[in-house]
Ligand binder design. Structure first.
Ligand code: EPZ
Length: 422
């Protein structure tokens, strides 16, 4: 297992290119299984989660070819002859559960392992399964696997309301419905850009989807979908992560390139309250930090609200703000495993249920800390960038799942991060 050894504090000065979105790429890869011909996806990031999902898809007999130089992926479902997603792969990456919708769409049947839990909670899939049953798909459980089947080629469909609005359930139900449900309405559907991009790709393949970008999606089945060329979006969470990193040290000046600012929802408005300079272009974001940053309390929400995937990073930033702030997560109620680790670096955070209170400004001092999940890990790396002295971030494999070339991108703008084996 690798660790990061970080010398701080260092300002970040220069340019960081944003990579393709992990969370948007995964549903696009699943959708490629629905085409009658090969699909070529571009702007696919070189990340462990992508490689894991490539293996899950290849398990079905589908031909998957990833070109790491071009960041492109060709998926040819012609050889798909095995509607099975095994536990030893699905447990590595929860989004593999999208295979349920993709295999129902492609073959009308599926045997998919239930995903495991994750670092911060149970993360159920009950809404996925209830939605498929409402659609008319038969769902059975046996020894940790979900068995999906249909009595004919199509199902009547119906109407299903997501409560809460779930990104994964919205994606899975769309994948299953576009070729199988005569008329299926998803209410309180997730409106995240990842869902909108998936719908745009399916539309280009020939799917019939109404209400894209709204909370009500209406799907009418089509008999065939064609393989296409399609580009992934830049990663909005990576973009937000580096925006927050740019505000940490008073002398940082960062330009982010290859961004899609429109996907940030209300985040820029919240960011503006910090009191740092920010200029947003069509595909670039420039940030000049400030001597003092304002404490800004946030509450996570579904899109376009503050993303839960940025709350750990925001908490780290608030340790350097002048005053008290709070971070409340209304999407996941126990996503605070980074708090005791930040406190080891000298921060002063206290958790009460789904809210953490942060006393700033506290000088941070280097120490060894433990990564627990993807976004908690990057919040610790960011703390290491402003902590005095040497910080060691253990178990950085969590980072390799979701941040392409993280230490390379940060070292190019002045950070001092060394990857060492533990
Ligand atoms: C996606 O997870 C993202 N993962 C997560 O990012 C992100 O945090 C989350 O959406 C929320 O934005 C991917 O896109 C691969 P949900 P997902 O279903 O789809 C409850 C990261 O760091 N729920 O929208 O699993 C659930 O417990 C990852 O990149 C049910 O109750 O999230 C949660 O409270 C972490 N039953 C809420 O809905 C269900 O069947 C939102 O979860 C499904 C979800």
């Amino acid at each position: 297992m690798d660790k990061f050894v970080i010398e701080g504090p260092t300002p970040l000065i220069g340019t960081i290119p944003i990579s393709g979105s992990k969370n948007a790429a995964l549903p696009l890869m699943a959708a490629a299984l629905l085409g009658n011909t090969p699909t070529r996806l571009s702007l696919i990031p070189r990340l462990q989660d992508i490689y894991t999902f490539n293996n899950v898809i290849a398990e079905t007999g589908t031909d998957v070819h990833f070109n790491g130089v071009e960041n492109s992926l060709i998926i040819d479902p012609a050889g798909l002859n095995n509607t099975y997603a095994p536990y030893d792969l699905v447990r590595k990456m929860r989004a593999s559960f999208y295979m349920l919708g993709a295999l129902i769409g492609h073959s009308g049947e599926a045997k998919v392992s239930l995903p495991g839990g994750c670092a911060w909670g149970p993360r159920p899939v009950d809404l996925h399964l209830q939605g498929f049953e409402k659609m008319g798909i038969q769902i059975k459980h046996d020894q940790g696997y979900v068995y999906a089947s249909m009595s004919g080629e199509f199902v009547d469909g119906g109407e299903f309301t997501l409560e809460p609005s779930s990104v994964g359930a919205t994606i899975n139900l769309i994948l299953g419905a576009v070729k199988r449900a005569r008329h299926f309405v998803i209410k309180n559907a997730a409106k995240e850009p990842d869902v909108v991009l998936l719908c745009r790709m399916l539309q280009k393949m020939g799917a019939d989807i109404e209400g894209i970008g709204t909370g009500t999606l209406t799907i009418r089945k089509v008999d065939n979908l064609r393989g296409i060329e399609f580009s992934n979006d830049p990663d909005r969470i990576e973009t937000g992560t580096y925006m927050i990193a740019a505000a940490l040290h008073p002398r940082s000046e960062l330009t982010l390139t290859g961004c899609k600012p429109d996907d940030l929802g209300n985040f820029p408005q919240t960011f503006n309250k910090l009191g740092v300079d920010i200029e947003i272009g069509d595909s670039t974001i420039f940030i000049r930090s400030a001597e003092k940053i304002n404490p800004v309390s946030i509450k996570t929400k579904t899109y376009p609200g503050f993303p839960t995937d940025l709350q750990a990073q925001w908490a780290t930033l608030m340790t350097q703000a002048n005053g008290i702030s709070t971070v409340t997560d209304t999407v996941y109620f126990d996503r605070f495993s980074y708090v005791p680790e930040l406190n080891r670096l000298g921060a002063n955070l206290r958790v009460d249920k789904n809210k953490v209170t942060i006393h700033g400004k506290t000088p941070l001092k280097g120490a060894a800390v433990m990564s627990t999940d993807l976004r908690a890990s990057v919040s610790l790396v960011m703390a290491g960038l402003v902590a005095e002295g040497t910080s060691e971030i253990l178990r950085v494999y969590h980072l390799d799942r979701g941040y392409e070339k993280l230490e390379d991108k940060l070292n190019r703008v002045g950070a001092s991060i060394k990857r060492e084996s533990q």
